[in-house]
Design a protein around this ligand. Structure first.
Ligand SMILES: NC(=O)c1ccc[n+]([C@@H]2O[C@H](COP(=O)([O-])OP(=O)(O)OC[C@H]3O[C@@H](n4cnc5c(N)ncnc54)[C@H](OP(=O)(O)O)[C@@H]3O)[C@@H](O)[C@H]2O)c1
Length: 255
């Protein structure tokens, strides 16, 4: 069954309004789940990438929002999974207006010897850096539709900024987010001529689930960061021809 959109809204151009279609990766919990709720509350239709079949919050939300929420199994580190997700989503919706690459995993602190865990390092890179590129590449046909809004959003981190990094260890996670920033810069150069606009968001230090359980440390809840993110993602900027990172305090964050 397709997500039903009002035809007059489907044809509307210009400012991003409700009843547009958003796709969010890593939507089970943390920032991704908060974004799903906020977009649904604002009347958007949401395709939510579900990575943790055992985590039931998305299923509970589906009971409330019914046709406006479409749950899609998705592991962004797995090309087959991305292709299967594309098949499912393209059978359900005719376009995607906003794609939010949120899924991410962390590495552990440690000295350079943490590189001995090559398997884990590759997985972090696949999830945080190559995954978003593969998701964009695969979902491009749905975003290139004539009336699609063509907004690409990415969740980066303070850890990815080379110029302000004061960390001394935990190599792979910061490297993966710097790599993501460069990925987005290259996509920006390649796709803005086709009408795409870009959002790179540093969500701040959140009390989310990156350690595997709900964090008690951190400065903000994912729900607070989501409230800032959603405005950044849906509103137009005066200068869409410059790529910048904004953080949860609405400040420009250096690359
Ligand atoms: N938390 C922070 O302070 C912070 C700071 C800066 C940036 N960020 C970034 O913010 C984004 C959201 O993180 P969060 O803090 O909300 O983390 P979170 O609570 O762990 O949520 C991320 C979700 O993505 C899922 N996921 C993991 N690997 C995946 C994969 N291969 N494919 C699809 N989904 C996958 C996670 O599942 P599992 O729980 O099973 O891994 C989890 O459900 C990430 O990109 C992160 O790097 C977070």
């Amino acid at each position: 069954m397709r997500i039903i959109l009002d035809e007059s809204i489907r044809k509307r151009k210009g400012k991003l309004g409700v009843n547009k279609i958003v796709f969010i990766t890593g939507a089970d919990r943390g920032l991704g789940f908060a974004l799903v709720k906020d977009f649904l509350d604002r009347g958007y239709s949401v395709c939510a990438g579900q990575f943790m079949a055992e985590w039931k919050e998305l299923d509970a939300l589906k009971k409330i929002y019914k046709e406006n929420l479409f749950l899609v199994p998705l592991d962004v580190s797995d090309l087959d999974s991305i292709n299967q997700a594309y098949e499912l989503v393209s059978g359900k919706v005719e376009k995607i207006d906003i794609l939010i690459n949120n899924a991410g995993i962390s590495g552990s602190a440690g000295d350079i010897m943490c590189l001995e865990n090559v398997e884990r390092g590759l997985r972090i890179f696949q999830t945080n850096c190559l995954g978003p590129l593969a998701v964009v590449n695969t979902f491009l046909p749905l975003m290139l539709k004539e009336d699609a809004y063509k907004r690409l959003c990415f969740i980066t981190s303070e850890a990815g900024s080379i110029s302000v990094c004061h960390r001394e260890d935990g190599f792979i996670y910061p490297m993966s987010k710097s790599g993501l920033n460069m990925t987005v810069k290259l996509l920006f150069e390649q796709l803005r001529g086709k009408g795409f606009t870009f959002r790179l968001y540093n969500p701040g230090w959140m009390k989310s689930y990156m350690s595997g359980k709900k964090s008690t440390v951190g400065k903000i809840e994912p729900e607070e960061s989501s409230k800032v993110a959603i405005n950044y993602f849906v509103n137009d900027l005066i200068h869409e021809d410059v790529l910048k990172v904004y953080d949860n305090n609405r400040m420009v964050w250096p690359f």
